[in-house]
Design a protein around this ligand. Structure first.
Ligand code: VIB
Length: 220
């Protein structure tokens, strides 16, 4: 029977390259160059805007009012809460709203977000959720992975509040709900359908790793 775990298993190496990326390790060690983190934060503002469009697409791709309400709630959370929090957090890192509003979108950002939207547009609601899964679930996995490492710098780590956000119970409850949503729909699929979904999942996972690399390279 297919499950979220079998998607990870399908692309184990890509998954580990994403979860254990140099950016993630340097962040956990507290040694990540501040300018790399700032570049990442700035691009992440643009990422979140595209991500809210993906939930809009999920509303459109829904089959019933329950699915519409779930997608709408996720979209509202980003548009009405998370983007404001992100702007606030950027301010703490010396990045103004003005700067955020005038940013060019980095190529790795365009590649990833437009890939997600296209996977959802070509496919159905499940294809879309699978394209979003490395984002929705991966951050919780990698934050807890950081905490388990011997090199983890828990004291005076400038990135501690970022790590805390993704190790917290609230985030993990939402992540668990997403895993269950996916598992319910993967349970009955045939191998051909699994293959297609696994390819979407692998690609989105690779694009997440590229997003970290963009942060390290400070590239556009
Ligand atoms: C490149 C990139 N990938 C994943 C996330 C994490 N993330 C973005 S939206 C969301 C769901 C909550 O609205 C989560 C977990 C990020 N910030 N940036």
């Amino acid at each position: 029977m297919s499950s979220f775990e079998s998607l990870i298993e399908y692309c184990k190496d890509d998954w580990n390259r994403y979860i254990q990326h140099d950016f993630v390790q340097q962040l956990g060690k507290g040694i990540l160059d501040k300018s790399c983190f700032q570049h990442y934060l700035k691009q992440d503002y643009l990422f979140l805007i595209q991500f809210s469009r993906a939930w809009g697409l999920a509303v459109y791709k829904s089959h019933d009012i329950l699915e519409i309400r779930q997608a709408l709630a996720s979209m509202k959370a980003i548009v009405e809460v998370e983007l404001d929090l992100h702007v606030q957090y950027c301010k703490e890192w010396g990045i103004s709203k003005q700067e955020l509003d005038n940013l060019p979108e980095a190529e790795a950002n365009i590649a990833y977000t437009r890939y997600m939207l296209d996977a959802g547009q070509q496919g159905d609601l499940l294809d879309l959720h699978i394209a979003l899964a490395p984002c929705l679930i991966g951050y919780g996995v990698l934050a807890r992975w950081i905490e388990q490492q011997s090199w983890y710098q828990a004291h005076n780590n400038p990135y501690q509040s970022w790590i805390d956000m993704y190790t917290g119970d609230e985030f993990h409850a939402a992540m668990q709900a997403e895993i269950e949503w996916i598992n319910q729909r993967l349970a009955g699929i045939d191998s051909q359908r699994f293959q297609k979904l696994a390819e979407i999942f692998s690609k989105a996972t690779q694009l997440e790793a590229d997003f970290w690399q963009m942060g390290l390279n400070k590239s556009y």
